[in-house]
Design a protein around this ligand. Structure first.
Ligand code: ITT
Length: 200
C-alpha cells in the first residue's frame, strides 16, 4: 500500500523551534490539522544522529510513537563552504542553550575570517521526515545555495536568515517577505518532494 496522509487529519509538527512552525504550516497549505510537539507537551529528543536525514527521522519517529499520530519533523542547518560544511547539523547548537543567533552569526563570521578565505558561499539544507506511529517513515532533503553577508540584515525569518542571500537575489532571507522565502527555501524544496511522495 502506498503511504499517504489523509487530508484534514491531525499531523504533529515535531519541532520545538517556533520559527519553523509557521513555515511548516504555510507549506502544508491547510491540508492538515497541525498540532505542535510543544502543544502536546512532548519532550525534545536528543539529536544523536550524524546527518540531517538521520536527525529528521529520529525527531519524527519520537513524536509519532509518543503521540500516536503521524508526525512531520525538519532537521536543517547552514553549511559554509569555507568551513567545510560547518555548522551543518550543529547549526542550532552554535547558538548555545540561550539560542542566541547573534552570537552564532558572529561565530560564523569569525571562523571564516580565521581561515583567510574569501569564499563566502553557503547553503541551507532541510531534511523532512514523516513517520507513522510504530510504523514506516519517509524522508526527503532540499537545499538552497547562496552567499553570506555580514553584518546581517533584516528581522524576518529566524536563525541565520539575516546573513543568507539566496542565489539570484540581493536581499537576505531576513529581509524577504515570508512568502518569497517559502517559494525558494531549502524547506520548500524538500516539501515539494514530500508532496509528490505523499499528498498528490
Ligand atoms: P527542532 O529540532 O525542535 O525542530 P531546532 O532549532 O533544534 O528545532 P534543528 O536541530 O533542525 O532545529 O536546527 C536547525 C537550525 O538551523 C535552526 O535552529 C536555525 O538556526 C538553522 N536554520 C534552519 N533552517 C533555517 C532557516 O530557514 N533560516 C535560518 N536558519 C535556519
Amino acid at each position: 500500500m502506498a503511504l499517504k496522509l489523509e487530508i484534514g487529519s491531525k499531523l504533529v509538527a515535531a519541532t520545538h523551534n517556533p520559527g519553523k512552525v509557521p513555515e511548516i504550516a504555510a507549506l502544508l497549505d491547510g491540508r492538515f490539522e497541525i498540532v505542535t510537539a510543544g502543544q502536546l507537551g512532548l519532550p525534545e529528543p536528543e539529536e544523536t544522529e550524524s546527518t540531517f536525514v538521520g536527525n529528521a527521522l529520529l525527531k519524527a519517529r519520537h513524536a509519532a510513537d509518543l503521540s500516536g499520530l503521524p508526525a512531520i519533523a525538519d532537521d536543517s542547518g547552514l553549511s559554509v563552504s569555507a568551513l567545510d560544511g560547518a555548522p551543518g547539523i550543529y547549526s542550532a547548537r552554535w547558538a548555545g542553550p540561550g539560542k542566541d543567533f547573534t552570537m552564532a552569526m558572529d561565530k560564523v563570521a569569525e571562523r571564516i575570517e580565521a581561515t583567510g578565505s574569501e569564499d563566502y558561499s553557503a547553503w541551507f539544507t532541510s531534511a523532512l521526515a514523516v513517520a507513522w506511529p510504530n510504523g514506516p517513515a519517509v524522508v526527503v532533503e532540499g537545499r538552497v545555495d547562496g552567499t553570506l553577508a555580514f553584518p546581517g540584515r533584516g528581522t524576518r525569518g529566524f536563525g541565520y536568515d539575516p546573513i543568507f542571500v539566496p542565489e539570484g537575489h540581493d536581499i537576505t532571507f531576513g529581509e524577504m517577505e515570508p512568502a518569497a522565502k517559502d517559494a525558494m527555501s531549502h524547506r520548500a524544496r524538500a516539501f515539494a518532494k514530500l508532496k509528490a511522495a505523499l499528498f498528490d
